[in-house]
Design a protein around this ligand. Sequence first.
Ligand code: FPP
Ligand code: MG
Length: 302
Amino acid sequence: MGVHFGWWDRDGNSLRSNPGKSLRSALVILSCRALGGSSHQALPAALAVEMAHNASLLHDDIIDNDRLRRGRASLWSAMGVPAAILAGDALFFGSVHALTGAPHADRTVPVLLSAVQTLIEGEYLDTLMEKDATATLDDALDMIAGKTAALLSCACSLGAILSGADDERVEPLGRFGLLLGLAFQCTDDVLGIWGDPESTGKPAMSDLRSRKLSVPIALAINESSQPGERLRALYRRKESPTEAECRTLAHELESHGVREAVVELARENAQEALAALNSCDPDPVTVEELAKLTKMILERSS
Ligand code: FPP
Ligand code: MG
């Protein structure tokens, strides 16, 4: 686990490498504060959500056959698949454990378990839709709601529960997290095609190379445009796309406005997310912090 988090190398030497953005734990803490709780009260859920998230990344890199995460070797490629599966399992059970001994466990544990179930379903949809030339934008949005937005929603709900708020005030924060999660994954999908590997820490054009059904692809693949036709042919054929084909496609998709359309979709979801917040009478200073975080999510390059 320490190797995955960048705390040490595989020989046990200390490192101070990128441990990730900790976005989900920040959301737990801010959601708790938004409803009058303290950062301290939120810590068990901040830990639980960060552990569950990292568990899912460890397994996702095996499923996606990705050798690079956060600019260094993914755990399975550094230490083997068994180590990465087991580190993921341990982190997942650790995340449940972090909640069981904390206040409101009767409410928080079911929320975490249900989110992870949804995550698993979303990830499975992702694998089913790889190289699928018939999937629609709605299919892609269902998939990202599961594989990504469910855990951001869970983060916000758990923070709200640990503030001691009742379900009526928790619900808008869960909705905020869900919509923010959709915005987050739209931005991620833009970076998956047009991101700079130096900043993302992931291989260039990784989603195109593995023929994933990301949001930009779903937008374009059913169109009768030039990139639409090219995409359909590429997703149906047996051989993987070459580097040059990926570059041409990325360029064509951008000139046909696909990148801008996904950026706009991210903006719309982020706006709706912030609107959802207001119905729970949140602390205005924390709402400003959440708005700053939302802006960072839209503008991020990593
Ligand atoms: C990343 O998507 C996918 C996820 C973060 C969700 C993965 C979910 C699971 C493996 C199931 C849950 C499992 C456990 C143990 C909790 P991506 O591949 O589009 O993003 P990437 O570019 O960062 O890899
Ligand atoms: Mg992946």
